[in-house]
Design a protein around this ligand. Structure first.
Ligand code: HPA
Length: 273
């Protein structure tokens, strides 16, 4: 067995010893999604540092634990806190938990993040249902030797986000009268926010929201044959001609408002898996 596959298996075995149900979905809960975490009927909470080969989280807004249990009656595993490329982790480390979710049996990845809104139609705390991604992070989690048992050398990205799940997310948002946008997410390395010239460029490239996560996780999920659905919460407006200084506290506060909306939408979506 190749080294990565062995590490995935070690982590899988460890988690399965605490929660031995195949999850219907893996969830990555970004900033502001604490309310959603509370809705999980928890069977096991595993701090990342206990899981073999998991990196440990350094961002204080993130708890850094794997919550295993049921959401809307479906078995799930949820990352409370994720690993960011800007923290210094490699792309392989950032995406290792997605590999483990897949190994546990999850066929769907639900990924969330806090993002900057570049589409002038958007407002603070809007939910953006992701339709596509652009990888501008300058690296790729699939770089290096490919393990054909984990996925193909050249995975296609026709549908980074599963069309059916996106349609269901839209329908569910409408049913629950939750305001939402649809858009393209561009992933950047960070950790600095972008310059005005960069926002102008990113907008010209066809993106609506910008953030420092999600793209590597989606690439690996697709490589592993998972279906993805993704949501951004617009935590700050990134309009090059009306740019204001951002305060992390404000971002976290706005993420909480959007997070309350997602805490209604995601459980209703998971119920349909
Ligand atoms: N850029 C700008 N604003 C943001 C980001 C980002 O990457 N993430 C959250 N708000």
């Amino acid at each position: 067995m190749l080294e990565l596959a062995q590490q995935i298996e070690d982590a899988r075995q460890f988690i399965a010893s605490e929660f031995d149900t195949a999850p219907a979905a893996g969830l990555i809960l970004g900033t502001g999604l604490g309310g959603l975490a509370e809705q999980i009927e928890t069977a096991a909470t595993i701090p990342y540092e206990e899981i073999p080969h998991f990196p440990t989280s350094t961002v204080k807004e993130h708890a850094g634990q794997l919550v295993c249990g049921t959401l809307s009656g479906k078995p799930i595993v949820a990352m409370e806190g994720r690993f960011h490329f800007y923290e210094g982790y490699t792309m392989k480390q950032v995406t290792f938990p997605v590999r483990v979710m897949r190994a546990l049996g999850a066929e769907t990845l639900v990924v969330t993040n806090a993002a900057g809104g570049m589409n002038p139609q958007y407002a603070l705390a809007d939910i953006c249902i992701l339709e596509d991604v652009i990888n501008l992070m300058g690296d790729n989690p699939l770089r290096g030797v490919n393990d054909d048992n984990l996925g193909p050398r050249f995975p296609d990205m026709l549908e980074p986000f599963d069309q059916e799940l996106v349609a269901k997310a839209i329908e569910t948002a409408r049913e629950h009268k939750l305001p939402f946008q649809k858009g393209v997410f561009v992933g950047v390395a960070g950790p600095n926010l972008e310059t005005r010239a960069e926002y102008r460029m990113l907008r010209l490239l066809g993106s609506d929201v910008v953030g420092m996560s999600t793209v590597p996780e989606v690439i690996v999920a697709k490589h592993a044959g998972m279906k993805c659905v993704g949501f951004s919460i617009v935590t700050d407006m990134c309009l090059p001609d009306a740019l204001e200084p951002v305060e992390i506290e404000k971002i976290v506060e706005v993420a909480g408002i959007g997070g309350e909306r997602l805490a209604k939408l995601i459980p209703a979506l998971v119920a349909q898996l």
